[in-house]
Design a protein around this ligand. Structure first.
Ligand SMILES: [Mg+2]
Length: 355
């Protein structure tokens, strides 16, 4: 009799497990199909201005960002400018303050400001160009180049020249976190801790490998503090969670955490992954790799204009891949805050699918 009861119990347990797995798969498939069948409605895409070939440029180089290959791209691009008779000034920045100063003094409103570097370098250029008519062209020679890739810019000198000469000027939304500008995303908690550890060890140019040990140690040591999130005036979360706010889908290593984000829709995308220990973190990572994380029932995904973030504990922030202080924080969108050059083949508002 006890043997029979054990058998029945095992069968019931197996049935319950299979039902649970089937339910999760069905829920994911249903939500994904529903989402794909009813695309999110966006505001009308902003107008993209056509531009005659620029006559002058200031090329700002960050000697820390990029490898030897990156320096070769910059050299080829400069040669192309010289051969085409473009009036070019080369400026080497010794640090963030110097980069802001250099980018703030283009000789004419039409001068293209060309900045070579990764997302961290570009962030400093945004500070200088916010509200100015001068378009920015990014030479993507950093480690991640999230913004440049999203705009359709590739680390290829000839393609970059084509964008310079025949590209289009498009408005780009920016955002601030506690008054600090950013263009890609802000991360709260786990990824900010990884960024802090990488920044502490950084000695010049970094590669993806430099993230391995900081990521490994953070995974085992992180304590998942409670975070309160208020979006456009309404509280939507007050529990342990990873929070991402930003303007482009691309995140590190090809993940698309803010999957629906657009760089010119005048809105920020907010993704909250409710998560209190390592196991659900792995589950979120798994669904994010499949790009199905938004459908997970422990994820909140919204389009917002303003986000307030608070915690009773010590919670770090990162913006555009650099340390950005800690909570409390206010994140706000700045619609069409500056202008960027995008490739001629990249239509407005659809550049998000590039790369
Ligand atoms: Mg947006």
């Amino acid at each position: 009799m006890p043997h029979t009861l054990t058998l029945v119990w095992d069968r019931l347990l197996a049935c319950a497990t299979l039902t649970l797995v089937w339910d999760r798969l069905l829920a994911c498939a249903t939500l994904t199909l529903a989402h794909r069948g009813e695309p999110i409605e966006y505001p009308e895409a902003p107008r993209v201005d056509c531009m005659s070939p620029p006559r002058s440029a200031i090329v700002i180089v960050n000697p820390v960002a990029g490898s030897g290959y990156a320096r070769e791209i910059v050299a080829c691009f400069r040669r192309r400018l010289d051969l085409s008779g473009v009036e070019t000034e080369l400026a080497v920045s010794s640090g963030p303050d110097e980069l802001v100063r250099l980018a703030s003094r283009p000789p004419t409103p039409e001068t293209v400001v060309v900045v070579a570097g990764g997302d961290g370098t570009v962030r400093h250029a945004l500070t200088a160009l916010r509200g100015r008519p001068n378009p920015l062209l990014i030479l993507p020679v950093g480690t991640e180049n999230l913004l440049a890739t999203q705009l359709g810019l590739l680390p290829d000198a000839e393609a970059l020249w084509n964008t310079f000469a025949f590209g289009r000027v498009a408005p780009l939304d920016l955002a601030t976190v506690n008054g600090r500008l950013f263009a890609t995303n802000v991360g709260v908690g786990f990824d900010a801790e990884v960024v802090r550890r990488v920044a502490r060890r950084r000695r010049g140019h970094i590669t993806h490998f430099d993230y391995f040990w900081p990521l490994w140690r953070t995974f085992w040591q992180y304590r998942f503090p409670r975070v309160r999130v208020v979006a456009d005036g309404g509280e939507i979360c007050d529990e342990p969670a990873l929070v991402f706010v930003g303007n482009i889908p691309r995140y590190a290593i090809g993940l698309r955490i803010l999957r629906e984000a657009r760089w010119d829709d005048g809105l920020l995308d907010l993704c909250i992954m409710r998560c209190s220990h390592q196991a659900p973190l792995l589950e979120h990572a798994f669904w994010a790799l499949l790009n199905w994380h938004v459908e997970h029932r422990a994820v909140i995904y919204r389009k917002v204009r303003r986000v307030e973030l608070q915690s009773a504990q010590h919670v770090l922030l990162q913006s555009d891949g650099d340390p950005a202080g800690e909570l409390p924080a206010v994140v706000e969108v700045l619609p069409a805050a500056m202008r960027v050059l995008v490739p001629p083949s990249t239509p407005a508002s659809d550049a998000r699918s590039a790369g």
